[in-house]
Design a protein around this ligand. Structure first.
Ligand code: MV4
Length: 448
């Protein structure tokens, strides 16, 4: 049994986890940097501990301080949220060694999925379709032979990478040598590991990811997909469930493949299997072993609280649902509200002078922001998420248009105006977009 959870995060996700704990009758401990003393999650938690100065390295990433905060408060479990220590295998191991439950997968599973070559080999062995590519690491001396086998264009990726860092496209043989050497040096600089691998480059895919939850004992379910194709510089901007591109047969087929794979792996916790989707085919790229920012759209269409499930499986209680009990209902869209200029995306920290969140049927706002809150400049600019649900995609879009008109955040710049634009766009209305659509749209807008 888990009786007190330390939330090793900040912002909207700390609040999200806190709410789940409260509903389950579990006591909460907030940790915070000196910059976050006034944060909503700190106010609402049963107890709080200041763990260091503003820089994340010295606070939210400081494992020793977090373990000490567990010891001081008697917390018997840690929820890492997303980012920070959520996919740090060492952290999971250290908590284990202290007899503290890590609300997440085993350190071994985090490690497997953290190395992208190992993740891909594992996925393939578990029956998940993968992007055609090199068997493993590619060395400069065998790059040409491998690229010829795969067929151009090819993409060079860092094995320690993920999230798009250290990727290089080679359109043809002439580009290859430089692409491999740049990818290797960028990977070394960014991750301290120069190992790279190669894949067939997909030109116009969608990014579709499958939500899974496993109990660590061989049972697992899928909760359908999210379409996260609308991104800017590998930052998701707008996500939806279901994907406008899939029908129910395709959803259930790829979902079951992922659930079966998680059963074979004896995966514990929430996870996301990421795919590129092009011409009706799915291609595995990575797996995330954490709760994701966009998890609420899955909650909206399934009615399942993913943080409740995470806590249940971490405590050994198993899943609350069987696959056949999961009903997919309607459509949900999430808009990420960043404290940024909606045209330049330059961060806009500062004091929120007016804050009015929208409401009504099918509306959820996850945010730690409030009137008078001062957004510190040290962290990610995500200040809230707007999640709208409707019985159909059309109803969801109409509701979103209404809700965006109600939302007031003054004193800082936010990305809300961007969503006002998107909601009026014909391609968006048609669900007709791929991973490059948003960047092209923004470039056209700037030129015009
Ligand atoms: C790809 C790809 C095309 N072909 N792999 C970018 C982030 C990382 N998770 C994987 N990424 C990509 N991998 C192959 N074989 C294109 C991307 C990509 C991308 C993927 C998802 C969402 C947005 C993207 C933007 C640019 C490139």
């Amino acid at each position: 049994m888990i009786s007190k959870v330390l939330i090793a995060n900040r912002g909207e996700i700390a609040l999200r986890v806190l709410r789940a704990c409260k509903e389950l009758g579990i006591a909460t401990v907030a940790v915070h940097s000196t910059a976050d003393a006034d944060a909503m999650h700190v106010r609402l938690a049963d107890e709080s501990v200041c763990i260091g100065p503003p820089p994340s390295r010295e606070s939210y990433l400081n494992i020793h301080q977090i373990v000490a905060a567990c010891e001081i408060t008697g917390a018997d479990a840690v929820h890492p949220g997303y980012g920070f220590l959520s996919e740090n295998a060492k952290f999971a191991e250290i908590l284990d060694a202290h007899g503290i439950t890590f609300i997440g997968p085993t350190a071994e599973h985090i490690r497997i999925m953290g190395d992208k070559i190992t993740a891909k080999k594992t996925a393939e062995a578990l029956g998940i379709p993968v992007v055609p590519g090199s068997e493993g690491e590619v060395k400069p001396e065998n790059a040409l032979e491998i690229a010829r086998q795969i067929g151009f264009p090819v993409l060079i990726k860092a094995t320690a990478g993920g999230g798009g860092r250290g990727m290089k496209v080679a359109k043809n043989e002439d580009d290859l040598e430089e692409a491999v050497s740049t990818a290797r040096s960028e990977a070394l600089a960014a991750f301290g590991n120069d190992a790279v691998y190669m894949e067939k480059y997909l030109g116009k895919p969608r990014h579709i990811e499958i939500q899974v939850v496993g109990d660590g004992m061989g049972n697992a379910v899928h909760l359908g997909e999210r379409d996260c194709s609308l991104q800017r510089r590998h930052q998701k901007v707008w996500e939806e469930a279901n994907s406008p591109a899939l029908n129910v047969e395709q959803r259930m087929k790829i979902g079951q493949i992922c659930a079966d794979a998680m059963m074979k792996l004896k995966y514990r916790g929430a996870g996301t299997v990421e795919f590129l989707y092009e011409n009706g085919e799915f291609y595995f790229i990575e797996m995330n072993t954490r709760l994701q920012v966009e998890h609420p759209i899955t909650e909206a269409i399934t009615g399942i609280d993913l943080v409740h499930e995470q806590i249940r499986v971490a405590s050994g209680a198993g899943l609350s649902v069987r696959q056949e009990d999961i009903v997919f209902s309607g459509h949900a869209i999430e808009c990420r509200i960043n404290a940024e200029d909606p045209r330049t995306f330059v961060p806009s920290p500062g004091t929120i002078t007016h804050f009015h969140a929208p409401g009504g049927l099918g509306v959820r706002v996850d945010s730690g922001a409030y009137q008078g809150y001062k957004i510190p400049p040290y962290y990610d600019s995500l200040i809230g998420k707007l999640i709208v649900h409707g019985r159909t995609r059309v109803e969801c879009m109409m509701r979103l248009r209404r809700v965006l008109d109600e939302f007031v955040i003054d004193g800082i710049k936010t990305t809300l105006p961007l969503f006002q634009d998107l909601i009026g766009n014909q391609d968006i209305a048609n669900g007709d977009y791929d991973i490059h659509w948003l960047e092209n749209y923004l470039a056209d807008k700037t030129d015009a």
